[in-house]
Design a protein around this ligand. Structure first.
Ligand code: 2NL
Length: 360
């Protein structure tokens, strides 16, 4: 049985609906109130069904009144919902407040370790970046041309022998891919791609067919290259001296430059440091090779040796990691032994910086 509402009933109903909305205490209750009022079988729909039972002259006025109530009640619903959402957010912000000044809790992050080679890699990048060097990278698989020919390494050179280099099967045109034997091809690519001034380091994995106590078939190298119009050996010496002091974290370092030979530099030198830097006075330790970039290499990269000159250097990251951190067995570096890594590895949170200390 449906009774027909009067003006007074409508006012009473509106008050009732508004009161139920105001009483809704959370978002679930407001949704229930919305269904009860505006839903298909809700109070407003119920009222609209009575429309047909009214005398024709009352229908228009009644319909209008119900629509006005519907609009006001909808507005009240939305407002209450927005207010409850605001409350819910404020509550979450209070409950979920994080004190970002607290130290990191021990857990997965504190359990992890940075491998000594990664640590030394990051330390070198930090030192050279501070001197204005950019980091360049390239592929591990290189062409014979970029790995050897452009570097002035002649076809009969021992480094090119099958015995020392990992070669891929030759292609139909006779060219061969290799696993790069040094990161020099990264520098060749840089010289081919951009004009001087060039100031880059190229750290990364390199491969040689060699395996014993002191050699692994994969190891790590960092090379450096500076090319400009007036770059000279004084610059080379300064860069290497600053590097050694920063890397070994000492104020003074003794260095000795010995004449040597590489196909890609002229003159070429090997550099020793006084071992007091690592607490072993009286000895010399070889740490790197370097020289002025050979004019043939510059020409091979489209640079005029009459206009440009520069220096390059290369060192073994694994080797300097062993020297700095007193590691003796190179093979342990790549054996994946977690006990070794827990002992010799570095904290994930101790990122090397010059201002905060390189090695913690
Ligand atoms: C060593 C010696 C060296 C270079 C690497 C180089 C790169 C270009 C041009 C000229 Cl693109 N030189 N690299 C120069 C001298 C020595 O490494 O004993 N490394 C472990």
């Amino acid at each position: 049985m449906t009774s027909v509402a009067t003006g007074a009933d409508l006012q009473g109903l509106e008050q009732e609906l508004l009161a139920s909305i105001a009483a809704a205490g959370d978002l679930a209750a407001i949704e229930q109130a919305r269904i009860a009022v505006l839903g298909k079988k809700g109070r407003i729909a119920e009222l609209m069904q009575t429309l047909g039972t009214l005398p024709a002259e009352q229908r228009k006025g009644f319909g209008q009144s119900v629509n006005e109530i519907k609009a006001r009640v909808s507005e009240a619903l939305e407002a209450r919902k927005a207010s409850l959402e605001g409350d819910a957010l404020s509550q979450r912000l209070v409950n979920e407040r994080a004190d970002v000044t607290l130290p990191v809790r021990p857990g997965a992050v504190a359990d992890g370790r940075i491998h000594p080679v990664s640590q030394v890699y990051d330390e070198c990048v930090e030192i050279f970046a501070d001197m204005g060097f950019a980091v360049a990278e390239g592929p591990d698989i290189e062409t014979d041309d970029l790995n050897f020919t452009k570097l002035n390494i002649p076809p009969e050179h021992p480094a090119r022998q099958e015995h020392d280099t990992f070669y891929f099967r030759p292609k139909e045109d006779g060219s061969r891919l290799v696993l790069r034997t040094h990161t020099s091809p990264v520098q060749i690519r840089t010289m081919l791609a951009q004009k001087p001034p060039i100031r880059i380091i190229a750290p990364g994995r390199v491969y040689r067919s060699d395996s014993d106590q002191t050699h692994t078939p994969m190891f790590h190298q960092i090379e450096g290259l500076v090319i400009d119009e007036t770059t000279h050996m004084g610059h080379l010496k300064w860069v290497l001296e600053e590097f050694c002091k920063a890397f070994f974290e000492v104020d003074e370092v003794k260095m000795r430059f010995r004449a040597s030979h590489f196909p890609f530099t002229e003159p070429s030198m090997e550099v020793d440091i006084g071992a007091e830097a690592i607490g072993k006075p009286g000895q010399w330790l070889e740490i790197l090779g370097c020289g002025m970039v050979h004019p043939n290499v510059l020409r091979n990269c489209g640079l005029d040796p009459e206009k440009y000159q520069g220096f390059a250097f290369g060192m073994g990251l694994d080797r300097i990691a062993m020297l700095k951190y007193g590691l003796t067995d190179l093979r342990a570096f790549f054996s994946g032994d977690l006990r070794w890594l827990r002992h010799y590895g570095f904290s994930v949170l101790d990122v090397p910086t010059l201002s905060g200390g390189l090695s913690g």
